[in-house]
Unconditional design. Structure first.
Length: 175
């Protein structure tokens, strides 16, 4: 029989320990994300996998915000974040810092996530819930990575997509 662990048994690190910890070499870039709940969920995923930072771009809301906090559960305090007026500004900064720019999107010549092997620190871009990543941002990328999907819909919620992608990249960097 399995006994569910109590919160005090989870060995959670403090915010200071999180900030000092070695990070997974990924910056998450959010290209005009509308939903405050998605933004909060993304911060929680970033915290769970020790992501370097989250870049919030365009219409993506910024902490502090009550609706973000509902799903972030304090992760906006641990995860470093920065706001950019446009996603292209964020991509330019990451390119200057020698990040490989990876767009998560369905596109011609995309690489399936299970076949993608990161070689460098990554700027991983996730797009708007309706329109995806803007084409001008796709044009700036080094590659496009796609999540294999086998059902009838061929779309996932952005926070779900991010969870799938970040877990797979974390695994590839750390195992």
């Amino acid at each position: 029989m399995n006994r569910k662990l109590k919160n005090e048994e989870l060995d959670r690190i403090s915010i200071d320990d999180f900030k000092a910890a070695k990070k997974t070499p990924i910056v998450i870039v959010l290209d005009n994300i509308r939903s405050l709940n998605n933004i909060g969920s993304i911060f929680r995923t970033a915290d769970a996998f020790l992501i370097e930072a989250v870049y919030l771009c365009g219409i993506t809301a910024q902490p502090p915000h009550r609706e973000i906090q509902k799903t972030a559960l304090g992760a906006t305090e641990s995860v470093q974040w920065k706001y950019f007026g446009s996603t292209t500004e964020a991509v330019t900064e990451l390119k200057i810092k020698n990040y490989q720019i990876v767009v998560i999107e369905q596109a011609e010549n995309s690489i399936m996530l299970d076949k993608f092997n990161p070689k460098n620190k990554l700027g991983v871009i996730f797009g708007n819930e309706v329109n995806g990543v803007e084409q001008d941002v796709v044009n700036l990328s080094d590659c496009v990575v796609e999540i294999p999907q086998y059902g009838t819909k061929h779309s996932l919620n952005v926070s779900v997509s991010l969870g799938v992608v970040i877990w797979e990249l974390y695994r590839k960097f750390n195992f």
